[in-house]
Design a protein around this ligand. Structure first.
Ligand code: CTP
Length: 395
């Protein structure tokens, strides 16, 4: 797994920096090409020579010096199969969360498309500070994998949660993330997102509160696992994700057409979109004026995309429920002929519309029920894709 992989190992200025030498050594022994990037603070704790001797490769300590070694941050970023920051201080975590790129380490992380693992090490008080928690949550939501810290003795002599995890655990995470980073390569995954809009007249529509975040997280996570991704999205306020084919639609009917076309070569269809169940029967051609005291709209059913679309691909649906979560989801799984259904309770504020987090239960055809804890939508996406990968491979 590690042989012939290029790992950028970022070392920042925590007392635990000396442990990174062991990590660099073990990764090198496992066959990886390890490019060590040190922050200025880290070089005060461990010498670059230590890492150069262990890896047999140049060690980069500044954005300016890099031009001499011939390895710029873009080259480093492009050639990396994975970036590991161990130890990561609160300072580096804050700068990464803010998108700052003022040294070789942060510039490389900002420029890379490779997966990033962060192993924090800091005093427990800094780790528990809400600012650090928010920064880590932001990185996690962007797909970074955070390992640790763990509870134990800290450099200050105190004990608390802030200690770097064991090096073996970082190596396990590297193996796991590398495995994930290619497990959908060569596969085409279609994801839908957002809430459809069903026109009443040229100015108005029937809509719903879907933000599109879950669908975007799924599309980005599938892309990062090597899939070719088509994202069919109803209008959202989200920026267009890079490296993904985006098809914009408005209504349920338009979404059906786009899905039918897109699934022809697909390994999986994941319907995270909130598709309107009803549409106005005859949308007015001109804007409806408020003449009468009341107004009745006649609604008709929209096409049920998931039920209609057929093929040999894996079908995943979502069920937004406000009561009887598992029972209702199970019914939809069977009715729509799905392989998996992801149910969430929309009455929970942290897993409702527009939230960055979600708490879901995944049900499969065999009757298994997996209830996940509250996590970022990106992490939920990874867990759903873990299941999809399993199904795609055994199909
Ligand atoms: N879906 C679809 N076509 C529709 C409606 C929904 O493909 N016309 C998909 C959704 O994208 C989602 C799943 O079916 O994956 C949800 O099923 P649905 O029966 O609509 O459940 P809810 O949206 O939870 O709503 P309701 O309980 O009102 O049926």
């Amino acid at each position: 797994m590690l042989a012939d992989k290029t790992v950028v190992l970022g070392v920042s200025g925590s007392i635990a920096a000396y442990k990174a030498a062991d990590l660099a050594s073990k990764l090198t022994q496992a066959g990886a090409r390890v490019n060590v990037v040190m922050t200025e603070a880290a070089t005060r704790l461990v010498t670059p020579l230590t890492f150069r001797s262990l890896t047999g490769r140049p060690v980069i300590t500044s954005l300016w010096e890099s031009s001499e070694s011939g390895i710029g941050h873009i080259t480093l970023a492009d050639t990396a199969d994975i970036v590991v920051i161990a130890p990561a201080t609160a300072n580096v975590i804050a700068r990464l969360a803010a998108g700052i790129a003022d040294d070789m380490l942060t510039a490389t992380v900002l420029a890379t498309r490779a997966p990033v693992i962060i192993a924090p090490a800091m005093h427990a008080n800094m780790f528990h500070n809400p600012v650090t928690r928010d920064n880590l949550a932001r990185l996690r939501a962007r797909g970074f994998t955070i390992v640790g810290p763990v509870y134990g003795r800290l450099a200050s002599g105190d004990t608390g949660e802030g200690r770097l995890v064991e090096i073996e655990q970082i190596i396990d995470a590297v193996r796991e993330v590398l495995k994930r980073s290619a497990d959908l390569s060569g596969r085409h995954i279609v994801v839908t997102a957002g809430g459809t809009q069903e026109p009443i007249d040229p100015a108005r529509h029937i809509g719903n509160r879907s933000s599109g975040k879950m669908g975007h997280a799924l599309a980005e996570a599938a892309r990062d696992r090597g899939a070719e991704v088509t994202l069919i999205t109803a209008p959202t306020h989200l920026p267009e994700p890079a490296g993904i084919e985006v098809i914009r639609v408005r209504t349920a009917t338009e979404m059906r057409e786009a899905v039918v076309e897109a699934v022809k070569e697909a390994s999986a269809l994941i319907m995270a979109a909130a598709v309107a169940d009803y549409q106005p029967k005859n949308p007015a051609q001109a804007k409806i004026q408020k003449q009468s005291p009341g107004l009745t709209l006649e609604l008709v059913r929209t096409p049920d995309i998931l039920s209609e679309v057929k093929g040999s691909f894996i079908k995943v649906g979502f069920a937004a429920e406000s009561e009887d979560l598992v029972a209702n989801a199970r019914k939809k799984l069977a009715q729509k002929g799905l392989d998996l259904i992801v149910a969430n309770d929309i009455t929970e504020p942290e897993s409702g519309f527009g939230a960055d987090t979600n708490k879901v239960t995944i049900l499969d055809k065999q009757g298994n029920v997996e209830s996940l804890p509250l996590m970022s939508k990106r992490e939920v996406a990874e867990r759903i894709l873990d299941r999809v990968v399993g199904l795609v491979l055994t199909k």
